[in-house]
Design a protein around this ligand. Structure first.
Ligand code: FE2
Length: 209
């Protein structure tokens, strides 16, 4: 195959951004692209493996999230081409560029998997803010606007996961605090997964008035 362009090659751009600005912002965008693709893959995994009474809600919720993440990284990749650069597409190179780490293989408690998604979303918003500041300093207002739109939606996803992780419930006896789950985990036989019995600790320690 004849290669028309190297990854690092700068094409110039039709929108009047200087090479310096385009190069600096392209490297920021490439990092966000790789990180959002990593998050996209992780959300897919959670969408596939989630189980339990809230399966359908969570299955669809996670689908909404990876669909939105896909739209975001697609817009970032297209912005890279506007600037005269080729987006990083090879998974091995994306793995080097991403600033969030995909969780290890295997299935974990849904609460822990969502906690990881929330922490990764938080890392993304922190990194986005730095790039927005840089775009502003370089008068790259379109990249700034693009990243601000992504930031707002990413903060919303982060916040929505936080709501899913809330402890409240309308069902009497089904509210479980994280420390109750942890306590049961420590009582499980080595190598065995502890059964999750909501509210067990609370009921066992309740004394008569
Ligand atoms: Fe699906």
């Amino acid at each position: 195959m004849e290669k028309l362009k190297e990854k690092s090659e700068y094409d110039g751009n039709p929108v009047g951004l200087s090479k310096d600005t385009a190069t600096k912002m392209a490297s920021e965008l490439d990092r966000h692209l790789a990180s959002l693709i990593t998050l996209y893959n992780q959300y897919h995994k959670h969408h596939w493996v989630v189980e339990g009474p809230q399966f359908r809600d969570l299955h669809l919720f996670l689908e909404e999230h990876y669909t939105e993440v896909h739209e975001q990284y697609d817009a970032i990749a297209e912005r890279l081409t506007v600037m005269g650069y080729c987006p990083t597409c090879h998974p091995a190179r994306q793995l080097e560029l991403t600033y969030i780490q995909h969780e290890e293989e295997g299935v974990f408690r849904i609460r822990e998997m969502l906690q990881k998604d929330m922490e990764d979303e938080k890392q993304i918003v922190v990194e986005l803010r730095k790039s927005i500041k840089l775009a502003f300093q370089h008068d790259d207002f379109a990249t700034k606007a693009l990243l601000e739109g992504i930031l707002l939606k990413t903060e919303d996803r982060c916040h929505h996961i936080e709501h899913f992780l809330g402890e409240d419930s309308l069902s009497i006896g089904l509210t479980t605090k994280p420390e109750d789950i942890l306590e049961e985990d420590t009582q499980a036989a080595p190598g065995k997964k502890a059964p999750l019995r909501a509210g067990t600790k609370k009921a066992a320690t309740k004394t008569k008035a």
